[in-house]
Design a protein around this ligand. Sequence first.
Ligand SMILES: Cc1ncc(COP(=O)(O)O)c(C=O)c1O
Length: 475
Amino acid sequence: MEKTNEKIKKIARDFVSRTVEFYGELGKKPFFTPSGRAAEERLGKQEIPEEGRDLSEVYEEMLGDVYSHVLFSQHPRAFSCVPSTASLISWMGDVMTNAFNPHAACKVNAPAADLVERKLVRWMADLAGYPGTAGGIFVSGGSVANLTALTAARDARLTGEERAKAVVYVSDQTHSSVAKGLLVIGFFPEQIRKIPCDALFRMDVSRLNAEIEADLAAGRKPFAVVGSAGTTNTGSVDPLGEISSVCKKYGMWFHVDGAYGATALLSGRGRERLRGIELSDSLSWDAHKWMLQTYGCSLVLVRDRADLVRSFAAHPEYLKDAETSEDGVEFWDLGPELTRPARSLKLWFTLQVLGSREFGRIVDHGCALSELAEKTVRAREGWEVVSPASLAVVNFRFVPEGLTEEERDEVNCRASKEITESGFAQVYTTELCGRKVLRLCTIHPETTEEDVLETVARLAKYASAAAEDVLRSRR
Ligand SMILES: Cc1ncc(COP(=O)(O)O)c(C=O)c1O
C-alpha cells in the first residue's frame, strides 16, 4: 500500500502539471481530437484483468486513449449546445471535494460543508429576489433541477385525484428536459401544452391565457406554467412578470427554467433582462453552464422550502440519529437523492477566489461577443439574422439567391459540419421557424473577438462553397 501511495504522489504531481498546461493551451488546439483507431483498438481489446496492472501504465493509457479524445466543450471556440466554461479553479475545488468525499446529505456528516452549501443557496436565493422562506439544493444538472421543482409544484398544487386532470404549460422553446421530467413524475404527453412564441421566441401570454381558459372550460386543472430565463435555442427570456400575473390569477405554480440564463443575475444588464424572475415559485440555475463549474453543479430553488420538504422528506428509521439540523431539515429532505456529494463546494471555492463581480464581467463579455457576431452577420450579403443576440446566443443563416429553402438548409448544415470537423470551432445547427440555422453560444470567458470574427468568416467560406456545389450540381 505504501508503495502504491508513493506512486500516486508522483503521478498526481505529473497530473496537476499536465492539467494546468492543458487548460493553458486549450485555445490554441482543436476543440476535438478524434480518437485514433489505434486507441480504440487497444481499449476494445482491454478486458477487466483478474490481477491488477501497473498504476503508471494504466494512468498513461487512460490519459492517452480515453481523456485525450474528449470533445472539449470548455474550449473557447466551442459554441454549440450550452458549452462548458469549466475552469481550473472549479476543477481544483472538485478535486478537493472528491478527495475528502463528504457525504453531504445531512449536517452531522459534514457540518462545515453543510454550512457552506446553505450559505450559497441563500446567496443565490437573494440574487433571485426570493424571500426568507426560500430554500434549495444543488443537484446534478438542469434536467434534475427542473424535475425536482416540478415535483414540488405537483405536490403543492394538486390533490391525488386532480393529477389526472392536471395541465402544465410550456412554450415551444422550453427545454426538452421539462417535458421529460413531467413524464418521469407521472404526467402524460397530453397534459403538457406547448404555447407558441412571438417573433422573438418568447412565450405568447395571450395564447397562454386562451389555452388556460379552454382547459378550465373543459373541466381540466391548469396547475403550472414553466417560463424560461434564457432558452437554449435563442437565449430568449419569456415575459416573466406577465406569466407570474397569469399564475397568480389562476392559482398556478410558476417555475422558471434559468438553467442557462439565471447567471445573468450577476450582471447589471442581465438583471434587467430577467426582471420578474423574483416572482416565480421555483427556479433552476446551472452553475456548470455560465459559472465556470465542472459538470454536476446545478441549483434548484423554491420560494418556500417547505414545498421541497413535502415532496422529498422520507425519514427512514436508520437515519433518525443523523437528523441533527437545528431547523429539522437536512439536504436529503430537499431532493430525490439520499447520498449526495457536496456539489457546491467547488462553486464556493471559485467565488471566493474570483469574487462575484468577475461573473458579471463574464456575462457581459459573452453578451458582447454574441452582439458582435450579430453585427458581423448583418453586414454580410446573403446572410440573415434569425434570432438577434440574446443572453449570448445568436442564430443566423446563409440565404443565397437562387436556392430553395431546402437547399439553404443543406448549405447551412454543411457549413456547420465542415467547421466542426475542421476542429477550429464547434458550431451546430438548430431549427427555428422550421428552418436550419447556425447557432452560436458565446459564453466562454476566454473567447476573443477574433475567435468570433474568424468563426463567422469561416462559416461564410464553407457556406458559399456549399452553395456553389448545389448550383453546380443542377447544371
Ligand atoms: C434552458 C435549459 N434547461 C435545462 C437544461 C438541461 O440541463 P442539464 O443538461 O444540466 O441537465 C439545459 C441544457 O442545456 C438548458 O439549456
